[in-house]
Design a protein around this ligand. Structure first.
Ligand code: AMP
Length: 425
């Protein structure tokens, strides 16, 4: 499935390309066609599934198309979400997905003075992202009217109720036009949420993507504690297991991903990297080669790996432990898809020891530590002072690296060489 097959307009496809998304996530593939067909949607999905794009893109598309023939600006879409952080994030996503359209958007939330937000609204907005309190406040001051709302999105409904917004939402419902398209998203669907959704939606289509923490239950998980400098050798040791014919390996950084590929190639282990610095065609080729079994290890960053769906992928290796537990669950969820068995192996250096506890809390189980490990962890995590020194040194090395790179590119450019993106290979 590609974004093109979703019938999205060119300006949105161009923005998707800028974002380097290779394919729609499951919620996008399921929800976008339903929304474009003007259905109400009840979506079970949580943050991290790509749900923001799933509801934003069709809305941007409708408003853009309408404005091509009738260039009027009014609050046509209202997106309500429980927290200021989420509201800002959604507004930023709308800015990105709508950057080649003429759709205007803004975000309002409480806890700050209203003047700036009011000024934005007075300039004209098509899509308004809001937290409930500030929204009702500006409505009561007659700064906002919801009379022309065509699209109403209630995001993170379960959190909204947990945070005590039920009365605000009920009030909001009395102010919205009856004729509208509504989209309702919640990570969980207990009876009170279903009841609320029934008051909002009209013959909704249901869209579900599995919640992250349950995915992890089907996957066998192993953990190697080691030292930073031994990670490379430990990886070779793990890959000596020839049963591991197709391995998706995660690296925190793009630079790290490239380095791992270089090292693996030295050991004659076929591999390729996919990350945001690679051109779309290169990433597609790497992915196809991986799917066809031509390369054994695909090295990916978290973002590049979103939306990758490889049938029967058995092995995932985490070359580092992500500091966000959800990322861990997303990563390992790439294996063991659709009920297949999967194995996730994580490599943990001393600085990452602390993240393991958070992950175990989220997945509600202990990850099995592999004792048969030729490179056991012997170093201790750094103390505060050592860490500060380390970060300083890292920054210095980084600056040096980029300064050298710039210098090299400058001199090669003068000699009329090909583009730098080509030289990465
Ligand atoms: P959300 O669930 O909407 O909070 O999105 C989670 C993250 O996934 C955001 O950082 C998005 O930029 C990213 N994302 C959304 N759609 C895609 C996609 N199709 N491919 C890769 N990343 C995506």
């Amino acid at each position: 499935m590609t974004f093109k097959e979703l019938d999205l307009i060119q300006p949105i496809l161009k923005a998707v390309e800028d974002k380097n998304y290779t394919e729609p996530t499951p919620i996008q593939a399921k929800a976008i066609p339903l929304i474009l067909d003007r259905n109400d949607v009840l979506g079970s999905a949580q943050t991290g599934t790509g749900k923001t794009a799933a509801f934003s893109m069709p809305i941007i598309q409708f408003i853009h198309n309408r404005k091509v023939s009738q260039n009027k600006t009014f609050i046509s879409a209202l997106i309500v979400t429980p927290t200021r952080e989420l509201a800002i994030q959604i507004d930023e996503d709308i800015r990105d997905y709508g950057k080649y359209t003429n759709v205007k958007h803004t975000v309002i939330y409480g806890g700050v003075k209203q003047a700036k937000q009011v000024a934005q609204i007075k300039q004209g907005v098509d899509v308004l992202v809001a937290t409930p309190g500030r929204l009702l406040d500006l409505i009561s001051q007659r700064i906002i009217s919801l009379k022309q709302v065509d699209f109403f999105v209630l995001d993170e409904a379960d959190r909204m109720l947990d945070m005590g917004f039920i009365h605000d939402i009920k009030k909001l419902l009395t102010l919205l036009p009856h004729k509208r398209q509504s989209l309702f998203f919640s990570a969980t669907m207990p009876p009170n949420i279903i009841k609320l959704s029934e008051q909002i939606l009209d013959h909704p289509k249901r869209v579900e993507v599995s919640p992250v923490s349950s995915t992890a239950e089907m996957i066998q998980q192993y953990l190697y504690y080691t030292n930073k400098e031994d990670k490379k050798d430990l990886l070779y040791h793990i890959l000596e297991n020839q049963d591991m014919k197709q391995v998706l390996l995660f690296s925190r950084t793009k630079h790290g991903a490239d380095k791992i590929v270089r090292n693996l190639k030295k050991k004659n282990i076929s591999s390729a990297a996919i990350h945001g610095d690679k051109a779309q065609t290169q990433r597609q080729k790497a992915l196809n080669d991986f799917k066809n079994g031509e390369i054994r290890v695909l090295v990916a960053t978290d973002i590049a790996a979103r939306g990758i769906d490889i049938d029967k992928l058995k092995y995932v290796i985490n070359y580092d432990i992500p500091n966000e537990s959800e990322s861990y669950v997303h990563r390992i969820g790439r294996s063991g898809r659709a009920g297949e068995e999967g194995t996730a192996i994580s490599i943990c250096e001393p600085e990452e020891n602390v993240y393991v506890k958070d992950i175990e809390q989220l997945i509600k189980k202990r990850i099995e530590v592999v004792r048969d490990n030729p490179y056991p962890q012997t170093n201790k995590p750094m103390n505060k002072l050592e860490k500060k020194e380390f970060e300083k040194d890292k920054q210095r090395r980084k600056n040096e690296f980029f300064a050298n790179k710039k210098k090299k590119e400058g001199s090669k450019g003068k000699r009329g060489n090909s583009s730098s993106s080509k030289r990465r290979y």
